[in-house]
Design a protein around this ligand. Structure first.
Ligand SMILES: [Zn+2]
Length: 279
């Protein structure tokens, strides 16, 4: 997560109601925002802050009703940023939770995923709790258990974005005559490549650089390569590793310490956030 994205997210959380999920009230895992079409369609969009589970419910509503975006990414253009900073959870719920039945129907943070999603469908699709709504809560689709396992399966087949913070290398191999290396890190997924900047003359480089990769298939690990930059001739290999995204919890930063293969020593520390996208 870049410093700018982090700052923007902090600003977003400070808006009324935004410290808790708009739909279940949890204060944990709030990494999503969604653009919700306002009541009547004339007052434009509302941006709400959501937890991972409720965000799944918003995805299944379809983008005409709600369009989720990750707060950890930098693709917030100025228009969306303005919407997020000028609306928020309290303003949205003042429209979408006015019916008295909303208070009794709203799921607690500990509710099953299926229960949360049923509430979300009632709230946004049927507009059951808006002014003039019928106050009827839709039945959950399937049991909570099957709903969450379905979510996991969906995460495995749908591609997304991997946000990789390359933290540092430890005890790397020396590739240059001065007993040091000029290391950088390359990541590859499918045909796409990204790389960090070069750290000069060190065996313990600190890059602290965030890279993003579009991932087409969860089945294919991201390949990691540590290289030594040489001004003249070929760059030397300082070892390889791989990131298995299916072992990372979606939308949560996972700290990885990877021993480097193909060399006598060295390891790499990374922080990986796997953000699955819409199908
Ligand atoms: Zn929630």
């Amino acid at each position: 997560m870049s410093p700018a994205a982090y700052q923007f997210a902090q600003k977003a959380f400070s808006i009324a109601g935004n410290a808790a999920c708009a739909d279940c009230g949890t204060m944990e895992g709030l990494t999503w925002s969604s653009m919700v079409q306002g009541v009547g369609g004339t007052d434009g969009q509302h941006a709400v802050i959501l937890c991972n589970e409720c965000c799944g419910g918003h995805r299944s509503l379809g983008v005409h009703l709600s369009k989720p975006l990750s707060l950890k990414m930098d693709e917030w253009d100025e228009v969306l940023q303005t919407v997020l900073l000028e609306t928020g959870n309290a303003a949205l719920n003042a429209q979408f939770e006015v019916h008295p039945a909303a208070a009794t129907s709203k799921p607690p943070p500990t509710a099953e995923v299926g229960t949360k999603h049923a509430y979300i469908r009632s709230k946004y699709e049927h507009r059951a709790f808006c002014e003039g709504g019928d106050g009827v809560l839709a039945a959950p689709l399937g049991t909570g258990a099957s709903a969450s396992s379905a979510a996991v399966t969906a995460g495995q087949v749908h591609a997304g974005i991997a946000i990789v913070r390359v933290l540092r290398g430890l005890d790397l191999v020396a590739a240059d005559l001065n007993g040091k290396s000029d290391p950088y890190v390359k990541l590859k997924s499918g045909g796409k490549k990204v790389k960090t900047h070069i750290e000069k003359a060190t065996l313990n480089p600190v890059w602290n650089e965030t890279l993003q990769l579009n991932v087409e298939s969860l089945a294919e690990p991201i390949s990691v390569e540590v290289m030594d930059h040489d001004v003249i001739g070929m760059n030397d290999h300082l070892g390889t590793a791989s990131i298995n995204l299916s072992e990372c919890t979606p939308n949560e930063a996972t700290l990885l310490s990877l021993p480097l293969e193909g060399v006598s020593k060295g390891s790499l520390e990374l922080e990986v956030t796997w953000c699955p996208l819409d199908p």
